[in-house]
Design a protein around this ligand. Structure first.
Ligand SMILES: *Cc1c(COP(=O)(O)O)cnc(C)c1O
Length: 368
């Protein structure tokens, strides 16, 4: 790749292929692969990522909100798309665009049944979610009978899958809790299957579930962060490649004399003569105000430069006193060596948050 000449998010589709194949190699032959492409495919570009994965023959996709699914349909994605968090106001759109809703409460189930009937649907594919301990979305496991009664009463919908979500699959200290969730899921899936009289697909694993609980892959897995190159552990990270690199350039270099201050509110004062670089990326781009004043860093010519002063909306300033560099030189905010995980950890955050925060105004550039 040529060096960056402005702030860009470079997306390596070869790395995506690598991650997809690596994770797929962990699955049994007939286990289905659902790619989670919510939040612009974790801050990259949902359309390009989904097209690439559709070409690699992924089985289906999931998004969080309905309009994310609509954007994929508009772009020509034809595989099934599960909407993880539909709202009552979107159910008509879901049907019109052949999206498949997660039905997680009686409220949303009954609302969907009404709309499906109005639209004269038969056997419309839906996904029933049970809460096994995350306590976020999902029917209570005690409501199996009541849920199945509503479903057995109608031919408008058909349960394509039964699923649940793990609370701490990446945490080895929570193994017992996760195993308990998996057991609960097995029981609820068995009872529910018996009640409805046919066998939907079962799934519970996110990326860390796939890697740490191979016995719980069931019929399908839901992989997000792993596709984007993070395995939530040092060992797993080695087998994956971060697909996104956030790059920028040095816009200007300043020499500050002892006693001079830098940036808004003069939060930084030079204690000696120092050299600073101004970089065109700021809190409007996902580098939040938690960074700055010595917290967080970028990489210039192979060296770390710490972010000093307050983060501005469109710029940060970094200390380059000991770095040999010039205006126009490339700046790496994160890439496959200087990872988003490393930078995020400087503010006690995680790769997920940093990569999904890269604002839409930053140009996406694809390496194929
Ligand atoms: C986001 C999400 C996933 C993907 O999780 P990763 O840890 O990124 O693999 C899977 N299932 C549900 C319900 C989710 O919300």
């Amino acid at each position: 790749m040529p060096k960056a000449q402005e702030t860009i998010l470079e997306i390596d589709l070869k790395a995506l292929t690598h991650n997809f194949k690596h994770i797929k190699s962990k699955l049994k032959e007939n286990t289905k692969f659902l790619a989670v492409v919510k939040a612009f495919a974790y801050g990259s570009d949902a359309v390009e990522i989904s097209k690439h994965l559709q070409n690699l023959n992924v089985d289906c996709f999931a998004v969080a909100y309905t309009h994310e699914g609509v954007a994929l349909r508009d772009a020509g994605i034809t595989k099934p798309i599960l909407v993880l968090h539909p709202h009552k106001t979107n159910l008509e759109t879901i049907i019109n665009r052949c999206l498949e809703p997660n039905l997680y409460s009686f409220d949303i189930l009954h609302a969907f049944l009404t709309i499906a009937k109005e639209h004269k649907q038969t056997h419309y594919p839906v996904h029933i979610k049970f809460n096994t301990g995350l306590n976020r979305l999902g029917f209570n496991t005690q409501d199996v009978k009541k849920v199945s009664q509503s479903i057995n009463n109608t031919s408008s919908i058909k349960v394509a899958s039964i699923f649940s979500h793990l609370a701490a699959s990446e945490d080895i200290n929570e193994r017992a809790f996760t195993e308990n969730q998996i057991e609960k899921f097995k029981i609820v899936a068995k009872n529910f299957t018996k009640e409805i009289g046919y066998k939907p697909h079962l799934h519970i694993c996110n990326t860390s579930g796939i890697l740490n609980f191979p016995e719980a892959h069931f019929d399908m897995v839901r992989c997000g962060i792993g596709l984007y190159g993070f395995g939530n552990s040092e060992i797993e990270n080695k087998n994956l490649k971060p697909i996104a690199s956030l790059k920028s350039i040095i816009s200007q270099i300043h020499l500050l004399q002892k006693g001079e201050t830098l940036g808004y509110n003069r939060s930084f004062t030079a204690s000696k003569t120092i050299k600073t670089a101004t970089i065109p990326i700021g809190h409007a781009d996902g580098i939040g105000r938690q960074y700055g004043n010595g917290v967080g860093f970028v990489n210039i010519n192979g060296k770390r430069a710490s972010i000093i002063g307050n983060v501005c909306m469109d710029m940060i300033m970094v200390d380059i006193t000991n770095i040999d560099c010039n205006e126009g030189d490339e700046v790496i905010i994160f890439d496959s060596h200087n990872t988003a995980e490393d930078l995020a950890s400087s503010i006690n955050s995680i790769s997920y948050e940093l990569i999904t925060s890269v604002s839409r105004r930053i140009k996406r550039v694809f390496c194929r």
